[in-house]
Design a protein around this ligand. Structure first.
Ligand code: 4AZ
Length: 268
């Protein structure tokens, strides 16, 4: 190739590359939101002392938190059923009382003595009956969160503000999860709007959509608590991407499972 041809090639490719670098991020929802507010999912770091019932599920092999959960009794954790898929209980730990997951000298680590996964758990996505109760090997010295009662339609009134907690990604396409516990407020969606966002994938009595373009849960937040007025009403279950305005997060609607949880928590 002669020098002049090489230059001609470069002079056509270079503007093209510049153009693509401008156009591509605008096309990707992740890029769009990242520019809008500096992070996709919104929310703020919080201290575990103010929300002592939020726990992380950690795999001893990878040393990473892969899900979250809620302490509902001193030795019982409610989490998403899909968090336990293909997990060896002996390699599972519940980390409580620790805001920064790297701060190994804080909090308490519990082993899991037993796990009750809802027998109707449907996998793969869209998950249905996505709930489980873990029994820990001992009582944890932290506050617990109450869960909803059966059939509480008024609690899930569209527009109600929920708070979701977890150590999951702060950007849809980010790789690392934050060390620090975060929370974000998410408005609960109307059931029909939720179903319209995910046609044929929503059971309105068992799932609730929540979030906006700027507030959502993401990978790693699964099983994490959705709280309304200080009560556990949902669990992070699934969704397409994170923080996309038209695709909210989907949560297990716990009033549907309140009786099942009552029984699992009372069991040894
Ligand atoms: C996940 O992969 C996941 N935006 C959790 C929540 C949402 C999407 C994915 C909701 O664990």
């Amino acid at each position: 190739m002669t020098r002049s041809r090489r230059w001609r090639l470069r002079s056509t490719l270079l503007p093209l590359a510049v153009l693509m670098s401008l156009v591509l991020p605008a096309l990707s929802p992740a890029g769009a939101h990242a520019r809008a507010d500096g992070r996709i999912i919104g929310g703020t770091p919080v201290d575990i002392a103010d929300h002592p019932w939020v726990v992380a599920l950690v795999d001893t092999t990878t040393k990473r938190a892969f899900c979250a959960g809620a302490l509902v009794a001193p030795a019982k954790v409610v989490t998403a059923g899909h968090c336990l898929l293909n997990r060896d209980r002996r390699r599972l730990r519940v980390v409580a009382g620790r805001t920064d997951l790297f701060a190994k000298d804080t909090g308490t680590i519990a082993r899991v003595a037993g796990a009750a996964v809802h027998p109707g758990l449907h996998t793969p996505m869209p998950y249905v009956n996505d709930v489980a109760v873990l029994t820990l090997d001992g009582a944890l010295p932290y506050g617990t969160v109450p869960w909803v009662s059966p059939r509480e339609d008024e609690t899930y009134e569209p527009g109600t503000t929920g708070w979701v907690f977890g150590w999951g990604r702060t950007e849809e396409s980010g790789t690392a999860s934050p060390r620090q516990l975060r929370t974000v407020s998410v408005p609960l969606w109307d059931g029909d709007a939720c179903e319209a966002a995910y046609p044929d994938r929503i059971d309105q009595s068992a799932m609730v959509c929540a979030g906006t373009g700027g507030s959502d849960s993401c990978q790693g937040d699964s099983g994490g608590p959705l709280v309304v007025d200080g009560r556990l009403v949902g669990l992070v279950s699934w969704g397409t991407g994170c923080g996309r305005p038209d695709l909210p997060g989907v949560y297990t609607r716990l009033d549907r499972y309140a009786t099942w949880i009552d029984r699992a928590v009372r069991a040894a």
